[in-house]
Design a protein around this ligand. Sequence first.
Ligand code: HEC
Length: 472
Amino acid sequence: MDQWFHHGAGRLDKEGSLPNALSAGMEKEITMKKMKRLHIVWVSLATGVILLFSAGISTGQTEDVTFSRDIAPILQQRCQDCHRPGQMGPMSLVTYEEVRPWAPLIKTKVVTRTMPPWHLDKTVGIQEFENDVSLTNAEIDKIVRWVDAGAPRGNLEDMPAAMDWPQDELWRMAERYGREPDLIIKSTPWTVSAQGQDQWWTPIIDTGLTEDRWVTGMEVRPNMKGRRVTHHAVIYLQQREEPGDFEPVVDVPGRGSYLTEFAVGKIGDVFRENTGKLMKVGSRIAFDNHYHSVGEEITSQTELGIWFHPKGYVPKYRVYSNALGVQQAMTTLDIPPGKVTTHHAYIPLRAQARIENYQPHMHIRGKAMSMEAILPNGQVQMLNHVANFDFNWHVNYVYTDDSAPVLPAGTILHITAWHDNSIDNRANPDPTQWVGWGQRSFDEMYHAHVNMTYLNDEDYEQIIADRRALQR
Ligand code: HEC
């Protein structure tokens, strides 16, 4: 089937919208490089802490957890990315004075694992991710002990040096690729009024490509001022697909196939070695920018930065985006007033594939979503379960090279979505409403954004063999 995903420019519609007005600069997914860097810092800090600790014991000091020595390093690595001046977090968590009043709430948020945002059930499914920002049990335990002890400051000399944060104007992925984006595509500007209802601006922009190119990574960022009003920006790709292609998946009819996204907790996508996204001659980018007013007139523009594989290089595999379950959700989603509902979608794999990531998408009444694999031999594997879905956060759980599920042809992916339309859901705007599928945030949706790489026999067998060897 030959498809051309074209739609009139400037149509006001939306996808995956959220009504909640989060403040400026919603982004900050820690890139892998930075994670590694932080990890090294953390390991050395941890070693330091252990040394200090034993020194403390031997000189007869108390073992109490203090802000300066124990808590500040955790906040630096796990919180300040968002909780520092000018970032999206509602308050800065840098100095003791700033942190102290929040201590009780910090305890609650870390114990329930709502902060840092990582809403995955840690007791089932895959637990190795490239972008895991969650706290370890030991870190949570330290915070709890500290708060319970009255949040003591400790010795000033124990304070770690302040973090050296990158400038916000930077493309965050530039460090990873060692260069600025190869192509930047900007949405046309939209002026958000000082007051008013949420707005959607959905321009369609030509990529201007004169030859097919392969994408290795993408980052989405609103301009600096625009970060205050941009709640969410979904990016779709519109291009002609050939018959016999695995796709073409039109995730949202009229918009194209889901490409990437800017939302709290997500700034883009990085593709694994030997893989990439194909962007064809004549392709277009469809922006879905969701804006909210902040009491000041602000003109916003969203930029998509693209890093290509070198010219002429064709990666071994094309990565395909899927919105698993969207077709079923559009026709069957039915949520009576006051009820908690469960909906199921079953998606057969067309060929053996590697599942690259898992990003559940629902609206305000979304409660939980799981993704299971029903194997051709009848075995069922829970891949992941997002138990505490929070519509404020679009966390994309990116599997590592070794953890990404590799599944045989004939596998059926099973998506289960729970919605809570009762009064127990504190975010529920109206438990007396019947809710069905729709674009507005007061309507509902469910699907999982999942990138898939269909593997040839040789690579499939090889990966399976390598993993068996790892397990031994
Ligand atoms: C990815 C960005 C990000 C990271 C990382 C992050 N936060 Fe947050 N935090 C936010 C945002 C945005 C909000 C407000 C929206 C919400 O509550 O979901 C918030 C809310 C909070 C609140 C509630 C504030 C209120 O008034 O209700 C607390 C407490 C908090 N964060 C603590 C932390 C701690 C402690 C860490 C690290 C262990 C952390 N956060 C990591 C972005 C982040």
